[in-house]
Design a protein around this ligand. Structure first.
Ligand SMILES: Nc1ncnc2c1ncn2[C@@H]1O[C@H](COP(=O)(O)OP(=O)(O)OP(=O)(O)O)[C@@H](O)[C@H]1O
Ligand SMILES: [Mg+2]
Length: 336
């Protein structure tokens, strides 16, 4: 059972942006642990898509699932929003068990699915009002809320436009505000910016940050490491149905690869032995293809030591470490 905490304690922790808190913050969260998964399993007719994972999401945080295609990200969040039943383990969302209280959970969360499921023949406004009717929101309240949400998404001028005539970025913003119509405590976004151009992507990131400031808990999946690094307070790295690591983006990078990475290619004839002279200057190393990656907290010293060795590489780059390096180190391959 989840720990129930006083609403007051939660409110004290959060510094709300008054400009938008009034629009989005509905009621107050009574739980500090919004999601708790223990030994969670999903088995699709004998294929184990999720292989016994543990994670917790705290109220008010942006929690991310980072992983390559087929990692099990969508499957995991489909279990969270009660779209597909769990096959094993336990899963509680907003204090309710998914196996027995799916109705209560669905009423309290918003979902932006990976595949756009807007109604293309209806206008932007009609899509929002139709969705509001599923939650029995009175028409007058719904109309007011829709106006606020259109303003939030910068879609006021598109209210009467049919969805099929919107750009990809506008459709994504519409899908996000549609998921906010019932003022959810938890907003789930499955790859919110995949396929968008950089400007549209940054606009969506800005909206997500504003939502977080307003007190909404966000659960997000992505295979863009920059998206995870920009938005997530904590994240898990998922691969082939397993969670490989959990932490803040900075913790994960510092724990596994240090602050900088030196890339060297092609790998010398004698392999890593030729680098014996600089062994003391890096924390760990990894060979992927013909490239040698040296992880370090002392990039400049490592660079200087390399020059002294007299080794010559056609490709030698010293750069800050990223979450992609963590993924490479953990799995020996890239995210895409
Ligand atoms: N309904 C289903 N029936 C059988 N297998 C499924 C089903 N849905 C997903 N899978 C399989 O489960 C695995 C995980 O899929 P999932 O969609 O959760 O991955 P993902 O991490 O979201 O990947 P992507 O980044 O491509 O969206 C994949 O191997 C997929 O083929
Ligand atoms: Mg997916």
């Amino acid at each position: 059972m989840l720990v129930l905490a006083a609403t007051k304690a939660y409110n004290k922790q959060k510094v709300l942006n008054p400009a938008i808190a009034g629009v989005f913050l509905w009621g107050h969260l009574a739980v500090t642990e919004v999601i708790r998964a223990r030994g969670l399993v999903k088995n699709y007719n004998g294929f184990m898509a999720v292989k016994g994972i543990d994670f917790s999401v705290q109220a008010g945080e942006c929690f991310g699932f980072l992983g390559p295609n087929g990692a099990g990200k969508t499957t995991t969040i489909k279990m969270v929003h009660c779209f597909t039943p769990i096959s094993g383990g336990s899963l509680e969302v907003l204090g309710f068990d998914v196996t027995s209280h799916s109705r209560q959970i669905k009423a309290r969360l918003g979902v932006v699915p990976q595949e756009d499921n807007l109604d293309p023949e209806l206008t932007v406004q009609e899509n929002l009002l139709l969705y509001a009717s599923y939650f029995d929101i009175p028409r007058r309240v719904a109309a007011q809320r829709v106006q606020e949400l259109l303003a939030f998404a910068g879609l006021e001028t598109k209210a009467q436009v049919e969805v099929e005539h919107l750009s990809g970025g506008m459709k994504r913003r519409l899908a996000i505000i549609r998921a906010l119509v019932n003022r959810p405590q938890l907003l789930i976004l499955d790859e919110p910016t995949t396929g968008l151009d950089p400007e549209a992507r940054h606009l969506i990131w800005e909206k997500m940050r504003q939502l977080k400031e307003s007190g909404v808990t966000l659960l997000l999946t992505t295979h863009y490491l920059e998206e995870a690094a920009q938005l997530c307070d904590r994240l898990v790295i998922m691969d082939q149905g397993h969670i490989l690591e959990t932490g803040t983006p900075r913790e994960l990078v510092e724990r596994h690869v240090g602050r900088e990475v030196l890339e060297l290619a092609p790998l010398p004839e004698g392999g890593k032995e030729e680098l014996a002279g600089i062994n003391g200057e890096f924390l760990a190393s990894q060979v992927i293809g013909q490239t040698l990656y040296l992880y370090t907290n002392r990039g400049r010293q490592l660079w200087r030591a390399l020059q002294k060795c007299g080794l010559d590489f056609t490709h030698q780059v010293l750069r800050p470490a990223t979450l992609e390096d963590v993924f490479l180190k953990l799995t020996g391959r890239g995210l895409d």
